[in-house]
Design a protein around this ligand. Structure first.
Ligand SMILES: Nc1ncnc2c1ncn2[C@@H]1O[C@H](COP(=O)(O)OP(=O)(O)OP(=O)(O)O)[C@@H](O)[C@H]1O
Ligand SMILES: [Mg+2]
Length: 230
């Protein structure tokens, strides 16, 4: 399978009554208060919301990184957080590609090694796929650069290539353009949309930016702990 082809994708993704409360000392912050949504498979859904509204929290819950206090995440009809440690790890590594706001690249690995890393952890031969993806994001001439030697936009493109290296079924992107100026942000978004179209990938992108949110096939808004159609 070629890294730029991907596979059929996810069958269904639903969140149902998801709640999350954070306790810091005596303070309690009820961030998500019953989030319910059936995501469109093979489409891009954008979630807009103010800073602190719980966008990252929800994305981490969908990505298998943070267990909700109540409610469920069902992937292909199965409850994600009932799948055990191994099931969750497999889901995170094999099925989900995550793009974080702050890139999260390994500073001592080259651009190419950063892209290949998730598939090395997965135990599969990876360098060819990584090379193909780094070409696809337009960084074929930056493979041996360290993250510190790349611009913000270039680092985010490395992060997008890394998110795609295992041929994920689900791409989750947290403010992928939040740290970029408008022209490199636009270039990164166009690249993501290009990579998504034709792959049948289900994608969820969170942003506080209305312009970015308007790119979604479906546009949702997170406010007061709930998710609603725009
Ligand atoms: N681990 C944690 N412990 C305590 N409080 C937390 C934790 N994670 C998040 N919060 C709180 O939950 C709220 C939602 O945080 P979250 O990061 O999901 O917001 P966000 O919508 O992604 O915001 P931004 O647009 O600024 O990234 C915030 O008030 C935050 O302080
Ligand atoms: Mg956030």
């Amino acid at each position: 399978m070629s890294a730029t082809e991907g596979r059929a994708g996810i069958g269904s993704l639903e969140v149902d009554g998801v709640a999350r409360v954070f306790r810091t000392g005596a303070r309690e912050v009820r961030v998500l208060r019953g989030v319910t949504h059936r995501f469109d498979v093979g489409k891009l859904t954008t979630i807009q919301g103010a800073s602190g509204s719980g966008k990252s929290t929800l994305l981490h819950i969908i990505g298998g990184l943070d267990k909700p206090d109540a409610g469920s995440v069902r992937v292909d009809g199965r409850d994600l957080y009932s799948s055990g440690r191994d099931g969750l790890a497999r889901y995170r590594n094999r099925r989900v590609g995550m793009v974080f706001q702050a890139y999260h690249l390994m500073p001592d690995l080259t651009a190419l090694e950063n892209v290949a890393l998730p598939s090395l952890i997965g135990g599969r031969a990876a360098m060819d796929r990584a090379r193909e993806l780094i070409e696809a994001v337009g960084l074929g001439d930056r493979t041996t650069h360290l993250p510190g030697e790349l611009s913000g936009g270039e680092q985010q493109r490395v992060a997008i290539a890394r998110a795609l290296v295992n041929g994920p079924d689900l791409l989750l992107a947290d403010e992928p353009t939040g740290n970029l100026d408008s022209s490199s942000g636009k270039a990164v978004l166009e690249l993501m949309l290009d990579l998504l179209s034709g792959r049948g990938l289900t994608a969820v992108l969170v942003t506080h930016d209305a312009g970015v949110a308007s790119l979604g096939h479906r546009r949702l808004k997170l406010a007061d702990g709930r998710l609603n159609e725009e």
